[in-house]
Design a protein around this ligand. Sequence first.
Ligand code: HEC
Length: 121
Amino acid sequence: MLAGRTPRVLLILALCLVSLSLVASHPPPTPSEPPPASDTKPPSDLGKKLFLERCGKCHDERGDKPLASGPPLNERAPTREEIARAVRGRFRDRTDDERAAVVAYIESFLKTQPRPADPSE
Ligand code: HEC
């Protein structure tokens, strides 16, 4: 009777030991580090930087500098096409993405949101 039981007890014991050693050698994963802050800036930061570089002298950071010909840029209501044209003219050496970022940045500070160039679009 006893002899019949012993192996099973040993087996259970052995299983316990194995699982214990498994747990010991595989500690629960520590919570992973937060991912490092990404280097890629959102487009508006890029647009702002480029705008400050090439347009800020006359328009200021938020386009609120009065212009010789009238109200500041942020009080005008240029169409997206007019903005894009102004950007193209001064950013010929830049990529489409960079120009688009500048256009988006300009649109972000306009008091009147740009009218679509063509309402049927
Ligand atoms: C040397 C000064 C100067 C710089 C630099 C300059 N602008 Fe201007 N910008 C002006 C003036 C002045 C006006 C008003 C022109 C007018 O009333 O016809 C103007 C007008 C504009 C307008 C309105 C256009 C319209 O049809 O009403 C946009 C858009 C514009 N600028 C974008 C830009 C962008 C983008 C840059 C940089 C890439 C830039 N500007 C750099 C002086 C400047």
